[in-house]
Every structure is written in structure tokens, then in C-alpha cells.
Design a protein around this ligand. Sequence first.
Ligand SMILES: [Zn+2]
Length: 440
Amino acid sequence: MAATTEFQHTVAKTAGFSGTSLHTGEKVSLKLQPAPIDHGIKFKRKDLQDEPTIDAKIDNLKTVERATTIGEGSVRVHTVEHILAALSAMGVDNAIVEMDANEPPIGDGSAAAYVDLIKRAGIAAQEAARKFFQVREPTHIETKTGSILVLLPSDEFRISCTQAGPNNRFTQYLSTEITSAIFEKEIAPARTFVYYEDVEPLMEKNLIKGGSLENAVVVRGDAVLSKEPLRFADEFVRHKILDIVGDLALVGGRVRGHVIAVKPGHAANAELARVLAREQARRTALAVPKILPRGEGGFDSEQIMQILPHRYPFLMVDRIIGFEGETKCIGLKSVTINEPFFQGHFPGHPVMPGVMQVEAMAQVASLLLFKLAKTTGRIGYFMSADDVKFRKPVFPGDTMFIHAELTKHRGERLAKAKCHCVVNDAVVSEGELMFTFLDR
Ligand SMILES: [Zn+2]
């Protein structure tokens, strides 16, 4: 389930629409255009000289007051969250959003107009794998204003959200998976809502010239003012979910994880996107193939099998990368989805059993001992494992580096090794193993 390959998509053809921009109240035309593989979403300011583009990336985030603004240099694009939510949820990875103003049309305050636009343009698959951000471990962020966002590992993109207004008025909760079908029907139509006390000063300062009851639901006290009745009894929390999808799109990859959001807002959403993007960048940097020494320095799998009696599926080391002096060595194991233990550990959420990591440590330590003893005439018996700790889950696709260091080596009959396994530069497990040697 976790390893399904999906293709990147762009729009099949150019499509556009026009409307009013929220902050300036001016007319704006927007065109959605196809873009090549790995292009991502970029906004193009057709109204400016040289038509500059801005990457929809968290690094370009400028402000999060009331709406999400991105920019590069002095060029800005405001209120990008609704169109980004629609593109991301409807499965558009690559596109150019061309506009002749600094803000997309607000539409009716929801993402419905953008979903329509994407459907009119059509979606076309491209010959490259879609980028996913698989959440590996729980993360959370908290803001001073009381927003809490927790992100948990999950194979689906799910958002569980609690929204609460001032004095906990209009407290609403919804948990939903985000698929294109669900987004289109259940989330995209939910409109922006504002509290009268928040917008009153803005209206006085003329900062929301395009704002009206046609593009926002206004809450005044316990009353809900809008041109048309609420579209859902819990329309507010749905819109909060819409904003989370849009802000998280700035990560630049599809999130596979479960977001639990309490009183979210653009600032909190952006903060989470930033944490994810940082983690994503760290992983990408580590994913660069390393050139591993072969031959002299280490053992290949043939050499390993001449020493160890273990065979697939119990051979837990593919290669010994190298030895350091007499007492240290590093082995490597590529953990693939084909390992038989993933079948039952666990269906739908494959993680490598900890005991298999201990087995990998034992095998690497044995190889080290054999090299030291310069004989394979003896057989090592694994006697005990102390201080074993499993720190992080190991998933299919991970490359596990197994480090072993001999700490005691008495009379060539008894040996102790300190071992640890590393994935993506983080220790995933560790333990101290003891062996005894007997003649074969
Ligand atoms: Zn919004």
C-alpha cells in the first residue's frame, strides 16, 4: 500500500476564469497552463514587466495574516491557499497559474471555482513518479495563539480538525481523508468565514475592497450572515481543512500522513509546512546515492555467504562496506518491500521487526569476528543481547547501515560487540551483543 507508484500530473490544456480580487477589489483574470515534469506550481505575474514567476514553495512564504502570501524579491502573490488546495487535492502536480494581478479571483470564498477550472482544463498524466512526503514519525507544532497541529504516520492523507471561534462559539469537528472525490464534494464548496469584529477595522481601513457577503460568510455574535445559507452545518471546519490542504501544498510533495489540527490558522499551517519541507530536504540530501567501496575494503554478498551460513530470507546483510581498524565495521542492508516479514508485520503498515534488526547486528558482528579470527573453522553462537533499544521504525525502501564495534574479545572464545543501525542518519536501533565461539 505504502509503495504504490503514482504518476505526476499536469493540466491537459489551458483554461481560465476571471473575477474580483479580495484585497484590491479589482478585476483579475487567471489562466491555468500545463507545465513539465518536476516543475511544481508556479504563479506568473502577467501584469508586471518581464512577467516574473513565483514558486509555490514554503521558502517563498511571506506573510500569513488572514491569507497566505508568497513572494520572490519584491513580487508578491496573495491569498494562494484556495487555488493551491484545489490543485493539490485534485492531483495537479505541475502547472503555471498566470494572473494579471497580485491575487487570484476570490470566487465565492471557497475553492469550488478552482475545482471547476481544473476540471475544464482536464488532468494529464506525465511520465515521472509523483513526489510523496511519507510521514515517518509523529511531529507537532504549537503556536502562541493556541493552534496545535499534530502529524502522525498514515498511508492516507487525512485531516481531523477542530475549529472554535471566539469564546468557543461555532465549535466544529470533522475528520476526513483527502481524496480528489472527497475534496470536490465535501471540502471545496466550504466558504471563507470571518468574524465581524475582525473585519470591521479592515473595512474601515478599506483593506478588503473586494470583500462582500458574496465571497465570505460573516459571523456577528451568534448570527451567521451570508448571501446564501450555509452549505454544510459544519461549513467552517470544512473551510479550515481546505486551508490546511492549501498551506501544506507549499511543502512541494503530497503528504501521506494524518494531520490532527486544533484551532488551525495560516500561521500554524505554514509552520507545519516548514517543518515538513525541512525534513523533506534532509531526506532528499541523504537519498543521493553514495558510492560505496567494494572489494578490498569490504565484502560483497558472495563473500558474506562464504562466511555466514545464513541465506535468504534470513541473511540480513547485503554487503560489508568496510572495516575500520580491527574492531569496527559497517554493513548495509537494503530493506525492500519483498522481505517476507512485511507480509505479516503489518498488513497495510509494513515496519521491519526489531528482532530482525538485532539479527542484522549479530550477522555484521559475526563477520567482524571471523575477520579478526582469520578462520571460519569456528562457529559463533549469539548468547545475549543487552540494552537493546528500538528508536525509530524502519520502512520498506530504507537503506539500513549496520555498525558493529568489538568491545571485548577474550581468548577468542567470548566476544562482545556494541552495535547500532542507522537509517537516514538517525539511529533506529542499538544493542550490545555477546557471542561465544565453538569449533565447528
Ligand atoms: Zn481560506
